[in-house]
Design a protein around this ligand. Structure first.
Ligand code: LLP
Length: 415
């Protein structure tokens, strides 16, 4: 159930009225629900009971250390893609041996730091990366734990002749080539093979491609067994979709049960890297109407949040719900484009939405807990928004609004 609900004519986050949060912390402001984050994470772990597992929350979705800490307290692992994310997880109390390191561009310094702290596994995305990791581990006199991220080509059934295109794919290694890469990995003295990894995409509403991917990964595991290469974990990545508008989002428990059924009695640790399904609907972006600009053909509501705060609508034409925090019972309802103060035509958060609003009204952009703040920028020298976590009837500032001093930190004038 959504933690954002109307009570006495006002949108609340858990038990806290959003107007109170705006009053205390200003706007724009991200608001997250602790209970919802916990609930969505626990749906994974409960469905995995009786099965060795590790659920590694994808830090890129929402990397605030308070969010990471809430999940770490539940025993979460973490999927990281940079040393920045690694340090966040450590600062949040995440256990190093529950971290997996994904991403196509890991630097030697990042590898070294991850080896120092002792992460669970590197998800290796190319042969060149494998060689570099071996050298870094050799210099440190340790063995680097790895899985190879394979591209299981789950669309190949419908498009069987696109394999040359696959070589151009930035992510992972073509599953057909994987046995050879594993053979090479097994021959490297400072590499220790742990698993197979795949991540086939994000915001999947239909779970059958995950099952197809697993089937292919299981075939690979058999091939590897015949080469005397034993796999102790399967990492199926993230990607479970959520409801933004009217999608019927897959149920986490159903998804996990289907995966477990396909896995059968095989003795491996199952791993997942969910981001969006845990964080998206745990958050809203709270914003205030600055001006109404009524034109003959189009009405604009100029709000204090902009594309620098939330880029999904501008970047992906993503549709995100926009709700009045204190809906008006009387007044004129009009259709508006909700645009920010940034000097770009693409600066909008919602288009053609019918709402009854006045200057100064508060709005909440729904489903903003994932890929919201983490993708925000300082474009137009706008300080990034504050972040607040609600916990029952309490709310905590978990990131202060950026100040002008923050914006110029590290910059200097010429002598
Ligand atoms: N693991 C890997 C290796 C990934 O690349 C991703 C997401 C995840 C896990 C988490 O996937 P999720 O469960 O969140 O779908 N900015 C885009 C989404 C980009 C996803 C990138 N990779 C958006 O706002 O829709």
């Amino acid at each position: 159930m959504s933690p954002f609900h109307y009570l006495h004519g006002e949108l609340h986050a858990e038990s806290v009225p959003l107007s109170k949060i705006a009053e205390e912390f200003g706007s724009p402001c991200y608001v997250y629900s602790r209970a919802y984050l916990e609930q969505r994470f626990t749906e994974y772990t409960e469905a995995l009971e009786g099965q060795d597992h590790l659920v590694c929350y994808a830090v890129k979705a929402n990397s605030n250390i308070a969010v990471l800490n809430v999940l770490a307290r539940l025993g979460a692992g973490f999927d990281i893609v940079s040393s920045g994310e690694l340090e966040r997880v450590l600062a949040a109390g995440g256990k190093p041996d529950r971290i997996v390191f994904s991403g196509v561009g890991k630097t030697a310094a990042e590898m070294q730091r991850a080896l120092e702290v002792g992460i669970h596994c590197f998800n290796v995305e190319s042969e060149a990366e494998l060689e570099r990791l071996n050298s870094v581990a050799e210099a440190m006199n340790v063995k680097a734990p790895i899985s190879i991220r394979v591209n299981p080509d789950v669309d190949a059934k419908t498009h069987p002749y696109i394999s040359t295109g696959l070589r151009d794919n930035k992510f992972g290694i073509d599953i057909e080539r994987a046995p050879e890469v594993y053979r090479r990995a097994a021959s490297l003295p400072n590499i220790k093979i742990k698993g197979v990894d795949c991540h086939i995409g994000s915001q999947l509403i239909d779970t059958s491609p995950f099952l197809d991917a697993l089937e292919r990964v299981l075939k690979l595991v058999e091939v590897l067994a015949s080469m005397n290469i034993t796999i102790s974990h399967l990492d199926l990545g993230g990607g479970l979709g959520v409801r933004y508008r009217d999608e019927t989002a897959p149920d986490t428990g159903d998804y996990i049960r289907a995966i477990r059924a396909k896995l059968g009695e095989r003795k491996v640790t199952l791993m997942f890297e969910p981001g969006r399904s845990i964080a998206a609907n745990a958050g809203v972006l709270l914003t205030r109407v600055e001006y109404l600009k009524l034109n003959e053909h189009k009405n604009f509501a100029i709000i204090d949040a902009a594309m620098n705060d939330m880029i999904r609508p501008a970047l992906y034409s993503a549709w995100m719900d926009l709700m009045a925090v204190q809906p008006r019972e009387d007044g004129v309802s009009r259709s508006y484009d909700f645009v920010g103060p940034v000097c770009e035509t693409g600066d909008f958060l919602a288009k053609d939405r019918e709402l009854c609003i006045e200057e100064g009204d508060l709005l909440a952009l729904a489903s903003s807990g994932a890929y919201g703040f983490t993708m925000s920028s300082n474009y137009n020298s706008r300080g990034r928004a504050a972040e607040v976590m609600v916990d029952g009837d309490k709310c905590h500032l978990i990131r202060a609004r950026e100040t002008v001093t923050d914006l110029m930190r590290g910059e200097t004038l010429l002598p």
